[in-house]
Design a protein around this ligand. Structure first.
Ligand SMILES: Cc1cc2nc3c(=O)[nH]c(=O)nc-3n(C[C@H](O)[C@H](O)[C@H](O)COP(=O)(O)OP(=O)(O)OC[C@H]3O[C@@H](n4cnc5c(N)ncnc54)[C@H](O)[C@@H]3O)c2cc1C
Ligand code: FES
Ligand code: FES
Length: 472
């Protein structure tokens, strides 16, 4: 039995946990406001709100219902467009009307839900955040400028929000209906069956699995790991940081401790997908997806992260992430094993970190090539370096020979040019839809230099590097 609240109604259903929420909403509940577009997480037509009870408060985020299995909304509050105001327009809807930001209307419920999620966010609204909130919504007929104007107007109105009384303020100003007040109490009363973590196909958020094989997953036995408390923790010690398997991209960029050691984390991770996918996709899902360009993996590889794994009997083992992949989509994980968490060293003084990604579009696209660098420098001397890259090997790549070469060298142009040549010999890109192998070689060389230009501005001159470097 799966129990959750859909708008203001308690749902207890025996439906298959692998049924996608979108189909349940439309075909079981006859709520047709949530639209079907791509069914691949790309268009945002199916966006709904998902509220999770955390420390007595409900935390709302936008998610795509086409990739969300029912099993993942156990104990949650799901809000569709029908769950907003019935008798009057909400300020979000009114802003869309005022700016003529809708034509055929097919995408509009998705935009309204994304902007409503933004209104519910505790963080102050600004131009960047409000536009990011609709980054996962595509409109095919209105044109984005009027939608952007509606979003920016809304952001101005939200600037007056009383963050201390977030929910009361939003109800008073008709962003959300009155029944939201009761949701925290009602969620606390839902009888949660203990989520069993022992059998079946592991599911994080499903943003990879349900794109690839939703039909096969519908009848399958699944283990839902996304809300499992054991996998949700971010633990920061003086020397080590542990990130739970089901921590999402949004969890990471909202974590103050992580931001304190990676001040550019938001900037780097905003290059990953769109807001709803960032709200959903998990660390373990990114590792097990085993895509050659997996962004979180490339980030973690440069931190020389350790993967902690547990089997059905509870026996644990750990291994370096750089030893985790054996070939294209081949990982070290054995049947019945789960990733529990990843671990890396908290950067010490003199350690610098950078992440770069180039895709066909700057945002909302997977990488043609991505790369991360961690480097420990004392004066002008490189003590240690870890370099990773995606899109240049059958799996996310740890550039061992380049890293070994850099250790102990002076931080100067000659070192970087020599290292870039070693890097070219280590990689084996192939030509595909993301670019030719020659283009990917060129990209990685530029990204390698970009790490140093970004981390040591003024010290490393871009012009000189590019003039002197030759592409082998
Ligand atoms: C529209 C869209 C855009 C995307 N953009 C990007 C992008 O820019 N960059 C990027 O890197 N990725 C991107 N992705 C891919 C995907 O969202 C990420 O890889 C995400 O991190 C996957 O996490 P998940 O929890 O949804 O994985 P799931 O789909 O739940 O699972 C993926 C795999 O991991 C396994 N798994 C999950 N948890 C565990 C565990 N704890 N132990 C063992 N196995 C486990 C599952 O069995 C499955 O094999 C995108 C996806 C979509 C749909
Ligand atoms: S239908 Fe396109 S994102 Fe869900
Ligand atoms: S209004 Fe037609 S797709 Fe957006």
């Amino acid at each position: 039995m799966i129990s959750f609240i859909l708008n203001d109604r308690l749902i207890c259903t025996e439906k298959q946990p692998g049924m996608v929420l979108l189909d349940f909403i439309r075909y079981e509940m006859n709520l047709m406001g949530t639209k079907i577009g791509c069914r691949e997480g790309d268009c945002g037509a199916c966006t709904v709100l998902e509220g999770s009870l955390e420390h007595g408060k409900v935390n709302y985020k936008s998610i795509v219902s086409c990739l969300t299995p029912l099993g993942n909304v156990q104990g949650k509050h799901v809000v569709t467009i029908e769950g907003l105001q019935k008798d009057q327009m909400s300020p979000v809807q009114q802003a869309i009307i005022d700016h003529a930001a809708t034509q055929c209307g097919f995408c509009t419920p998705g935009f309204v839900m994304s902007l409503t999620a933004h209104s519910l966010d505790g963080a102050p609204s600004d131009e960047q955040n409000v536009l990011a909130s609709i980054s996962g919504n595509i409109c095919r007929c209105t044109g984005y400028k009027s939608i952007e104007r509606a979003a920016l107007d809304l952001s101005k109105a939200l600037a007056h929000k009383d963050a201390e009384k977030n929910l009361d303020w939003l109800i008073e100003h008709a962003y959300i209906p009155d029944y939201f007040r009761e949701i925290a109490g009602r969620l606390a009363e839902i009888q949660m069956e203990t989520i069993k973590v022992s059998e079946g196909i592991p599911v994080g958020a499903g943003t990879d699995l349900f794109v690839q094989k939703a039909d096969q997953l519908f009848p399958a036995q699944l283990q839902f790991l996304r809300s499992h408390p054991e996998f949700l923790k971010i633990e920061m010690g003086a020397e080590k940081c542990f990130i739970g398997a089901s921590v999402t991209v949004t969890d990471m960029i909202s974590n103050k401790e992580l931001l304190s050691i990676f001040p550019k984390l938001k900037e780097h991770f905003k290059l990953i997908s769109s807001e709803p996918i960032r709200n959903m996709g998990t660390v373990a899902g990114n590792i097990m997806n085993a895509s050659p360009i997996a962004d979180i993996v490339v980030f973690l590889l440069a931190l020389d992260a350790i993967v902690h794994v547990k089997n059905k009997a509870g026996a644990r083992r750990s291994l370096p992430l750089r030893k985790f992949y054996h070939g294209y989509k081949q990982t070290d994980l054995q049947d019945g094993e789960l990733i529990e968490k990843v671990e890396f060293d908290v950067p010490a003084e003199g350690v610098f970190f950078n992440f770069e990604k180039v895709s066909k579009r700057r945002f909302l696209d997977i990488a043609s090539v991505n790369s991360a660098l961690r480097i420990h420098v004392e004066g002008n001397k490189i003590l240690h370096a870890d370099l990773s890259a995606g899109g240049v090997f059958p799996f996310p790549f740890y550039a061992e020979r380049t890293a070994q070469f850099l250790a102990g060298k002076m931080l100067d142009e000659k070192t970087l040019i020599d290292a870039s040549e070693i890097l070219q010999k280590e990689i084996a890109p192939i030509s595909d839809i993301r670019g030719t192998k020659e283009y990917k070689r060129l990209l990685l060389r530029q990204l390698f230099f970009a790490h140093f230009i970004e981390l040591f501005p003024g010290f490393i001159a871009a012009d000189n590097l590019l003039k002197k470097a030759v592409l082998s």
